[in-house]
Design a protein. Structure first.
Lengths: 266, 350
């Protein structure tokens, strides 16, 4: 730390830190607080402490069904987005494709494209080509949104690795596929794992595409929360949200442990 | 006997620009050959063509008698040490050295391990077998790369400026180790470098490249003592190049300097007219100025080097450099006689 930092800068830093705490952590604290209320209404501070809303959601077939759908969806999206994203990142990194920069922009476009426009487009396209929306439509939609994150994290790691490793593997008797399997993928692994983590979270949290593509049979957790909030708001929403936050924190912890080990070992 | 590596009229173009302009070269089994030249001369490209990492635009490459022109690198019996060493960071040192054996399916796991350990022993790194590459110093990484390259006993060992990332002292000791290793393994070796001293000290034969063509090739002494061209002379070391006018004199010839002084040439009769002559700085001898001397020069700079002293002289407008014994002392501004053995002055071809 620079010892001679001027007062004004130190004050600004403190202010910034406080703002982060209030605006980032504040809502989480409020939601978690509300979830433990004993009362009937969403109110902060909570009225009395109780786990009744947790009991309510865990015994609710609607919530449990939605959670199960979200989980299944997040898992398949993680797999598809990771495979596609890692493959695309490796191809882009090697830079032997024509128009690499144009392809790269295309792959990453879902990051900047408003997802509401993408959702509308996908709904229209799906309806005219396939018909009724389904789990597969959501899978496709979430995958498109998640892939750029995997590409970016994998590319970031690959760009720092020795670009001669793949060639070196070839001179050591590895064919093109073996070189990718034994050399390129292990190099990109921390980035691929981080990307998979993002993909899971994005799918698990995603509301806009899911809202457009939902049908009575497939309701994801965010959609269930949204519906509940719209028609009969009660603290069960807060309880679900708190569980979702908990799952995310757990994932971050696991990923950090795994990637942390990777960094030490690799 | 078939050559270990045979290149026949190889060319290479990138985006319409010819980098290699037709190179033919035969490397004998067990030979240590250096590809020497300035950056951009095509030496690394030529090495990559032998490795199969680049495909020749035309011409053919035979490795161990097999036409390898269109073979991918993994099907050529080669090994390469990269400038960056290209060690696999996720594997241990031992696993790195075993990697070529695994990929080429040479022997079972136990045999692979044994061979890798033997290779590590050869580069004196047995004690670091379980480390990761990033835990090693540059010199150690370099030796792992060498062990990994020799472990599969390839037909040809390709080295791409492997010493350029090491500091001067380490580079010197690695040169000695490479010479020893080459003697022990007898591997045919192609060594790419831009450092003429490295090429001279390591190789059986030096191939000097310039702008995609072989400028001159031969044993190190020959290249050093008898460069054919101005380029070869200036690239092969500290040397003086003088623009002169040749004319016959008695039964020999002499070289006229711009201001009318002259140097006596030895050997066979030379062509007349304008020419470039070469004199090595260690072949220029100085003496106190005397009336009868062949040429007189003014001393411009004196640099004490310890064992010797380097002087820069103004000889008729040509700045020439000379290495004199340390016990010989002249002062800046002094006039001195310049004595050069006639057979030490080479007339260059171009």
């Amino acid at each position: 730390m620079v010892e001679a930092a001027p007062r004004s800068i130190r004050a600004a830093t403190a202010l910034y830190l406080a703002a982060v705490l209030v605006f980032v952590l504040g809502p989480l604290v409020v939601v978690a607080g509300v979830s433990f209320t004993g009362g009937e209404y969403i109110a902060f501070p909570p009225q009395g402490l109780s786990l009744r809303w947790y009991e309510a959601i865990l015994t609710s077939s609607v919530y449990v069904g939605a959670a199960w759908t979200s989980l299944k969806l997040a898992v398949v999206v993680t797999i598809s987005a990771t495979v596609l994203g890692a493959g695309a990142a490796i191809a882009l990194h090697r830079g032997r494709l024509p128009a690499t920069s144009a392809l790269s922009a295309l792959f990453l476009s879902p990051l900047v494209l408003p997802s509401i426009i993408f959702a509308l487009g996908l709904l229209t396209l799906w309806s005219s080509l396939v018909g009724r929306t389904s789990f597969y439509a959501l899978w496709l939609g979430h995958t498109v949104i998640a892939v750029p994150y995997v590409i970016r994290t994998a590319l970031a790691v690959l760009s720092t690795s020795d670009k001669f490793l793949e060639e070196a593997a070839r001179t050591m008797g590895a064919g093109p596929w073996k070189a990718i399997l034994h050399v390129v993928i292990p190099q990109a692994l921390p980035g691929i794992a981080a990307g998979a983590f993002f993909a899971f979270n994005i799918s698990f949290d995603e509301a806009i595409v899911s809202l457009f593509l939902r049908s009575p049979e497939i309701t994801t957790l965010p959609i269930q929360i949204y519906t509940q909030l719209e028609f009969s708001p009660d603290p069960s929403i807060a309880a679900v949200s708190t569980l979702m936050i908990g799952l995310t924190v757990l994932l971050i912890f696991v990923i950090d442990r795994v990637l942390g080990i990777q960094k030490v070992a690799g | 006997m078939t050559a270990a590596v045979h290149l026949d009229n190889v060319t290479k173009s990138f985006a319409g620009v010819q980098i290699i302009k037709g190179i033919s070269l035969s490397i004998q089994k067990g030979e240590f050959v250096s590809l020497l030249g300035p950056s951009g001369c095509g030496k690394t490209t030529l090495l990559r063509i032998i490795a199969g990492l680049e495909e020749a635009t035309s011409g053919s490459i035979h490795i161990g008698g097999t036409d390898s022109t269109r073979l991918p690198p993994e099907q050529r019996d080669i090994a390469m040490v990269f400038q960056s060493y290209a060690l696999l960071p996720h594997l241990t040192v031992l696993e790195n050295v075993m990697f070529p054996l695994r990929m080429r399916k040479l022997g079972n796991r136990a045999e692979q391990r044994e061979r890798a350990e033997a290779a590590l022993k050869l580069v004196q790194l047995s004690h670091l077998a379980q480390r990761r590459p990033r835990q090693l110093s540059g010199g150690q990484q370099q030796r792992v790369a060498v062990a990994r390259a020799i472990v599969s006993s390839p037909q040809v060992l390709l080295l791409d400026e492997p010493l350029s990332n090491l500091d001067a002292r380490l580079r010197e000791s690695m040169q000695e180790e490479l010479i020893q290793l080459h003697r022990q393994t007898g591997l045919t070796t192609v060594f790419v470098t831009h450092d003429q001293e490295e090429a001279l000290s390591l190789s059986d034969r030096v191939v000097l490249l310039n702008a995609g063509l072989i400028e001159q090739e031969g044993i190190p002494d020959e290249l050093y003592v008898a460069p054919h061209s101005r380029f070869a002379a200036s690239f092969m070391g500290s040397t003086n190049l003088l623009e002169v006018h040749l004319e016959p004199s008695g039964d020999g010839a002499r070289a006229l300097l711009p201001a009318g002084q002259s140097l006596v040439l030895g050997g066979a009769p030379h062509k007349r007219g304008k020419a470039t002559v070469m004199v090595r700085q260690e072949d220029v001898r100085l003496a106190p100025a005397s009336a009868g001397a062949a040429a007189t020069a003014t001393l411009v700079t004196r640099i004490f080097l310890g064992s010797r002293t380097r002087y820069v002289l103004d000889l008729d407008g040509h700045m020439i450099r000379c290495l004199a014994p340390a016990d010989q002392h002249f002062d800046v501004g002094e006039k001195v006689s310049v004595l050069i053995q006639p057979d030490r002055i080479r007339v260059l071809a171009d």
